[in-house]
Design a protein around this ligand. Structure first.
Ligand SMILES: [Zn+2]
Length: 246
């Protein structure tokens, strides 16, 4: 899938969210699993990454991805020639033709584009990352290093688990309510559900990102069988958000 928010910039920006179809991995990674850490055969994962690179016209060897650890560690990519960034959950670059990838199965792939200064970022915002405000911290780093304006930047949240399905226990619900606000927990039939998308939206908006510059995919990965969902499936693959300056 692609974001409407980025459509006007297609000559300068590539951004795609993959789904689980079109790859070579067997169950339970069927079929387009893009993550090496899942238990899938690495040969299949690398083949899948090549399939995606060829489909979208970039070199698989230029792809940069992260050993994602639910941290708030942010890395600025200055050149191609290395692939995996250890212990990291956000990548930023101003370099052209270096695709940045974030891998998810329920967590939010946050894709960021500053069209004024030509800066991109790929962010992994799961529960821990969201609690640590990783998307907002990434924007702050973009501002410090590249003069990104919060009023001009575009932020898109890809398919992820929504509050229809993201049930959390009482302890976590209490933490979310006390630390962030009652509004982020929905209660239905005695069960409590966390709204990570709204939490990210509010963090971005409070920095000054205009509402019109934030797009949130309505796709819930747990509801939609076209995407991997860790909550739904347990051992499974990862789809990805990939962003690149042309
Ligand atoms: Zn759902």
């Amino acid at each position: 899938m692609q974001f409407e928010l980025f459509a006007p910039f297609e000559e300068k920006l590539f951004c795609e969210i993959t789904n689980r179809h079109g790859g070579v991995s067997p169950k339970p990674y069927d079929t387009l699993n893009l993550a090496l850490h899942t238990g899938d055969n690495p040969v299949n994962v690398l083949k899948n990454r090549t399939i995606v690179a060829e489909k979208y016209g970039y070199l698989a060897e230029n792809l940069i991805y992260m050993e994602q650890t639910h941290s708030d560690n942010i890395h600025i990519v200055e050149h191609a020639g290395y692939n995996k960034i250890d212990n990291c959950d956000a990548l930023i670059t101003t370099q052209k033709n270096i695709p940045l990838m974030v891998m998810v199965a329920d967590c939010i792939p946050v894709m960021i584009y500053d069209p004024v200064h030509e800066v991109i970022a790929a962010v992994h915002a799961g529960r821990n990352g969201t609690f640590q405000q990783i998307a907002a911290k990434t924007l702050q780093t973009m501002q410090e290093k590249f003069d990104t304006s919060f009023h001009e930047v575009l932020v898109a949240l890809g398919p992820s688990i929504h509050s229809c399905c993201y049930e959390v226990g009482a302890d976590l619900a209490d933490i979310a309510k006390k630390s962030f606000g009652e509004k982020y927990i929905q209660t239905r039939k005695g069960k409590q559900y966390l709204d990570l998308q709204q939490m990210n939206f509010d963090q971005l908006a409070s920095l000054g990102v205009p509402e019109a510059n934030i797009e949130i995919s309505a796709i819930c990965t747990s509801c939609n069988q076209n995407y991997f969902s860790y909550r739904r499936d347990g051992i499974t693959g990862r789809f990805a958000g990939i962003i690149k300056l042309k």
